[in-house]
Write a protein that binds this ligand. Structure first.
Ligand SMILES: [Zn+2]
Ligand SMILES: [Zn+2]
Length: 106
């Protein structure tokens, strides 16, 4: 299965697109830290609908540089969720035939 990157015209398989998004669109994943509560979260917006993924990040330790050091790991999870959302909600926008998706699931 080939698909188009949701953010540009790059074409590739699911794994290649995921890799491409990490390599090229890492800055689209934003992270924030609330100084008062110490809570951290990441956000990634869907380019096709109003959906804005926000998830709390729970680091195993109190490393104040956690968000910078683990940006790639955080983005990996965020893009994974976004790709799943693309295939569920926007297959035609990323050049995927929904019939092809059914074949993969079966
Ligand atoms: Zn791209
Ligand atoms: Zn969407």
């Amino acid at each position: 299965m080939e698909m188009k990157c949701p953010y540009c015209d790059a074409i590739g398989g699911l794994v290649a697109t995921h890799r491409h998004m990490l390599d090229t669109h890492l800055d689209l994943v934003t992270t924030a830290r609330d100084d008062a509560s110490g809570k951290m979260e990441y956000a990634l917006a869907c380019p096709f609908c109003e959906l804005d993924y926000r998830r709390e990040v729970k680091p195993r330790n109190r490393n104040p540089r956690f968000l910078e050091e683990f940006k790639a790991e955080i983005a990996l999870v965020a893009f994974d969720q976004l790709l799943y959302h693309m295939l569920q909600e926007h297959p035609s926008e990323v050049g995927v035939d929904p019939a092809e998706l059914r074949e993969i699931r079966e």
